[in-house]
Design a protein around this ligand. Structure first.
Ligand SMILES: [Fe+2]
Length: 331
């Protein structure tokens, strides 16, 4: 069933903004995101490393926290003002969601909550401002990621997740469904005016499949793949480069030292006019996943980062995706 976007939500989400990942070797992960991905280290301590993309004026878009086990701690979204954080807290209370107001370094008022399918989310309205480095071309490394763009979450119940976030004002730009029905298998939801800030796909969840940074152009994407190869991370490219049918993104997916997945991509399109309907793709159409290039590997389809304390549940819909291994006849 297609979701109904709430045109007047109780608080204003503006964009995907910051993600916190726990990692088992902080120095090794910092080196990966700085040298192989190309992010800027804003600040580091014994416990945490704060990184950002080159054009970002916000203090951080990726936080790595030292831990005994690797997890996706929470995905972060921005709301427009501090009043929106207060309104979000009222909403969580009324909706009987687990939530907590707390202090986070370099952030304004912050609210953490759990959505109805177990996605751990953090909202904030502001961050410390730091210099944009987009014109420090002499400091560009690897893919030169410019800014965080979106998250993809694997969930056991795409419909429930989609209805919840549409109720908070997110619009669906594209979706996958099966057999002429609108039974939702995957949904691409946005609040910032391009194709997605938050994606839900059917599978064992809740788990974070990836977070994504936009790179300046196709050459940067290829350069990132070359740098990954040169630094010994060639085997950690688990998909791409290729082009998705959905969202038209040119993509490259990398696994970090804890096997968290980060996407570098280029070219999403604008999605703002309210009368524009979502694009429907049949789940059996391989062009939705790649207009060209190889199918994704098994590990791309089935591996993802768990959220701490959230039990992973079997999906309500069952399917066997065609993988690279099937394509190559590897069993
Ligand atoms: Fe993505």
């Amino acid at each position: 069933m297609l979701p109904v976007t709430n045109p007047d939500p109780t608080f204003a989400l503006t964009r995907a903004s910051h993600v916190t990942m726990s990692v088992t070797n902080l120095e090794r992960s910092r080196d990966f995101y700085r040298d192989v991905v190309g992010l800027v280290v804003t600040e580091e301590s014994d416990h945490a490393v704060y990184l950002r993309g080159l054009e970002e004026a916000a203090h951080h878009s990726l936080v790595l926290e030292r831990a005994d086990r690797a997890h996706a701690r929470r995905i972060g979204l921005r709301v427009r003002t501090a009043d929106d954080v207060v309104a979000a807290e009222r909403f969580c209370k009324a909706a009987n969601l687990q939530f907590e107001r707390l202090e986070r370094p370099h952030q304004g008022p912050t609210l953490q909550f759990r959505d109805p399918v177990g996605t751990l989310v953090e909202l904030t309205s502001e961050m410390d401002v730091v210099p944009r480095k987009m014109q420090d071309y002499h400091e560009y490394r690897s893919g030169a990621p410019q800014r965080i763009d979106h998250y993809q979450v694997v969930t056991y119940d795409v419909q429930t997740a989609t209805d919840f976030w549409a109720g908070l004002g997110m619009r669906m730009s594209e979706y996958t469904a099966k057999d002429d029905t609108d039974e939702l298998w995957g949904t691409w939801l946005e609040c910032k005016g391009n194709t997605h800030d938050l994606v839900f796909t059917n599978g064992k969840g809740p788990r974070l499949h990836h977070f994504a940074f936009a790179v300046p152009d196709a050459t940067s994407l290829i350069h990132a793949a070359d740098v990954a190869g040169a630094l010994g991370f060639g085997d950690e490219i688990d998909r791409g480069p290729g082009r998705h049918g959905i969202s038209n993104a040119l993509f490259l997916y990398l696994r970090d030292p804890d096997q968290h997945r980060v996407e570098l991509f280029n070219t999403h399109y604008q999605f703002m006019d309210l009368e524009t309907p979502p694009i429907r793709w049949d789940v059996t159409d391989p062009r939705r996943a790649q207009l060209w290039g190889m199918p994704a590997s098994r590990r791309w389809f089935f591996e993802a980062s768990e959220f701490p304390g959230e039990e992973v549940q079997e999906p309500t819909l069952h399917a066997t995706p065609a993988t690279l291994e099937d394509y190559l006849g590897i069993h």
